[in-house]
Design a protein. Structure first.
Length: 354
């Protein structure tokens, strides 16, 4: 199904990735390598993503790189987070969700992707990863459409399986968000958290309200729910527990919030507690919170690998999260520490590469 914004005059001018105008108070996340795409081609920029963290990353990158909203054609599953993606213009094609390791479903999506690319004829395909993007990377290769691939910030030292596929496409432009040096043609861009700094207040206090975000992963995460209830048994909580089956006061808490409800709950909370998802952390920082993060552990069946643990440790070193290490239990001390901190826009310079 496709939803189209109001019509606008046709143009043959090429759409390029350009710097966005600075808008207060949201920090601008400008990469240090702005890719020149299209080489005179026309058509929309096709942004392909799953929901959750990958979508949050890709939207932040699209804003920071100055892609005009009306020139965006989103290809995403319909969720509370993505359903209003065209509110500021552009178009969207909603596609079936492809979760981690659903390889058969990804293969089955190739025919749909080929038909969509034939109809839309994008000038460039831009993605930040996830299996959801695989059929569209293959379709881009089939139509010789340029690919710009930005590996998720959660990948610190090597690309994901989707990233390796993108690297195999001739002429694809590859970017990573890690401080490490990657082999091959990968270029480094500032990560999506580079636009934030932290202010710390001297007086610690117990938070009066919490927002708890468990992301969109298909794995349950009852451990985090139990820890929150033990650490703050009487504190009001705005829940988004996603696919976690659990009970709070005898009832299943809210699984999904709309984008507006989630942003309101995060904004109004004293402290945000999240799993170690890139998008959940970004949502908290954009609202001015330094979140308490409890990364999912693969040994407990909470995720497929340890990338959340590794990413959260790096963010903790930068002071951008209050980390609950594997083997630790979330306590009121973690919550009080987060209540003392605030995320604010950071200043940094941007240099063009190449």
């Amino acid at each position: 199904m496709s939803i189209t914004a109001p019509s606008r005059p046709e143009t043959t001018a090429p759409v390029v990735l350009r710097r966005a105008k600075r808008r207060a108070p949201a920090p601008q996340v400008l990469p240090d390598a702005l890719p020149l795409v299209r080489d005179g081609g026309t058509g929309p920029v096709m942004l392909v993503s799953s929901g959750g963290g990958h979508f949050a990353e890709l939207r932040a990158l699209a804003d920071a790189w100055g892609i005009d909203p009306v020139d965006r054609h989103w290809v995403v599953p319909r969720t509370g987070q993505t359903k209003d993606v065209t509110a500021d213009g552009g178009t969207v094609t909603f596609v079936p969700r492809i979760a981690s390791r659903e390889m058969t479903k990804a293969a089955a999506g190739l025919a749909r992707a080929l038909m969509l690319h034939r109809r839309v004829r994008p000038a460039v395909v831009l993605s930040a990863g996830a299996l959801q993007a695989v059929p569209h990377l293959v379709a881009a290769a089939a139509f010789r459409t340029p690919v710009v691939y930005v590996e998720s910030v959660a990948r610190l030292d090597r690309p994901s399986l989707t990233g390796r596929l993108a690297a195999s496409i001739p002429g694809s432009r590859l970017f990573h968000q890690s401080s490490a040096t990657w082999a091959g043609t990968w270029l480094r861009a500032h990560d999506i958290y580079s636009g934030f700094a932290v202010e710390t207040h001297t007086v610690a206090r117990a938070p009066r309200s919490l927002a708890v975000l468990l992301g969109t992963e298909q794995f349950g995460f009852t451990r985090l729910v139990d820890d929150v209830l033990a650490a703050a048994p009487t504190t009001p909580v705005t829940w988004q527990v996603g696919n976690t089956d659990c009970r709070v006061a005898g009832e299943q808490p809210q699984r999904w919030l709309s984008a507006q409800e989630m942003l309101a709950g995060v904004r109004d909370a004293d402290v945000v507690v999240t799993h170690g998802g890139a998008g959940s952390v970004l949502t908290a920082l954009e609202a001015g919170h330094v979140p308490v993060v409890v990364p999912r552990c693969p040994e407990r069946g909470e995720h497929v690998d340890d990338h959340q643990i590794r990413m959260c440790r790096e963010l903790a070193e930068r002071g951008l999260v209050v980390l609950v290490e594997p083997g630790e239990t979330l306590t009121s001390a973690h919550l009080a520490e987060a209540a003392r901190k605030r995320a604010v826009p950071a200043r940094f310079q941007v240099a063009r590469v190449g």
